[in-house]
Design a binder for this molecule. Sequence first.
Ligand code: SAJ
Length: 406
Amino acid sequence: MVNVIGLGYIGLPTALMFASHGVDVVGTDYDTELVALLKSGKTTFEEEGLDVLFNEAVKKGIEFSTNYIATDVYIIAVPTPYDKLSKKIDTRYLLVAIKNVMEICPKGAIMVIESTVSPGTIDKFVRPIVEANGFIIGQDINLVHAPERIIPGNMIYELKHNSRTMGADDKAAGEKIKELYSVFCQENIVVTDIRTAEMIKVVENTFRDINIAFANELTKICRSDNMDVYEIIRIANMHPRVSILQPGPGVGGHCISVDPWFLVGDYPGLANIVLAARKINDSMPEFVLERVQSIIKEKEMTDLSRVGLYGLTYKENVDDVRESPTLQLLEAMDKHLAPALKVYDPFVKRDVVKNQYHDFDAFLNDVDLVIIMVSHDEIKENMNKLAGKIILDTRNICNIEGTYKL
Ligand code: SAJ
C-alpha cells in the first residue's frame, strides 16, 4: 500500500493515478475540510481530466484520511515554499510530514519525496530526522527523491507521458520505486543519486525562468525603441536553433517563480543569471502598470475606477492564484496607495481581492480599459465582447484594431 502525504496540486493527481492503476492508496492531508470534501466525492481544484480520474480511483477503492498510515511506501508531496528574506527553502511542511511518517513507519519502508527541494535539503534536514527516530538509512528505511514534472493544465497527460528522475542512495530501492511508478508512467524513468535529482528539478524550472526573462527583457528593449517584439520572436524562432518563449505580465505559480531562488539563496555570488532573470520577471507587473499609466494619459481617461484586470490566476485555464502576476500588480499598486482596480477571473469563485467580479458581462459593463492578464479560453472565445473597449493585451491574444500590447 502507498500512503500519499499532501493532497494538493501534485499529491492528489499522483494518488489518483496510482489508485486508478490498481495500487492500494491512502491519501493523507492535515486539512480536515479538504479531506472531507474528497470523501464526499468532490475534487478540490479544476484540472482537465481530474474528475474522471477521481471517479476511477474511487471505484478502485482509494481512501482519504487526516491520519498517516503504517505501510511500506510513503510519497510526500507537500509544498516547499521559499523564505522571502533568506531566499532559502522553507522546509516546515516537509519536515512535519517526515516527522509524522517516522512516528508510524515500520522498518523496511521506502520514503519517496516528490516535493521540490533545494540541492542538499535531504542530506541537511531529512536524514537527521530519520536517524533521530532510530532508523538506519539503507538498512531500516530507504529514501528516494522523485521530483514531479507535471504542468498544471496538462497534468493527467504529463503524469503518464513525461519521463522522470528518481534519486536514490540504494539502487535497488530506486529500481523498486521506478517499477511502482511504471504502473502509469509510460516514459523513461532514470535512476540517479538523491543530490543529483534535487539539482535536476531546480535546474529545469530555472531554465524556464531564465528563458521567460529573456523574452520579457526583449519586450522592454523593443518597447523603448518602438519595435514589435512578437514579430521579432516569431521570425527569430524560425531559426533551427532558436526557441524564445513568450513575454507576459510576470511569472507566477508555485514553481518557476520559487525554485530559482533556492540557487540564489544557497550559492551567493554564483547564481548571477538566475538572479537577474528573477528580477526581470518580478519587474513585469510594474512594467504593466507603467503601460497602463501611459495609455490612460494617451486616451485622456479621467475615471480611473473604470480600469479592469481580466485574469487573476497565474496562467491560463487553471484556478491557482499563487504568486500570480495580477496579485503582484495589485500589491505594487497598494504600495503606491493607488486605488484598487476591478478584477475578474472565471476560475476564481471565491473573493480573493477587492473589487472582484464573478460575472464577465458585469465586469465588462463597469470598465472602459481592460488589461488582459491571463489568456483563459473564455476570453479567447469571447473576444468580440471587448469591441469598443480600450485594451492592453499582455498575452498577445487579441487582434482587435487599436489593442495595446506590452
Ligand atoms: N510564462 C510566460 N511565458 C512563457 C511561459 C510561461 O510568461 O512563455 C509564465 C506563465 O504565464 C506563468 C509562469 O510563467 O505565470 C509559469 O508557468 P509555466 O506554464 O511555464 O509553468 P508552471 O509553473 O505551471 O509549471 C512548471 C513546469 N516546469 C517546466 O516547464 C520546466 C512543470 O513541468 C513543473 O512540474 C512545474 O513548474 C513544477 O511544479 O515544478
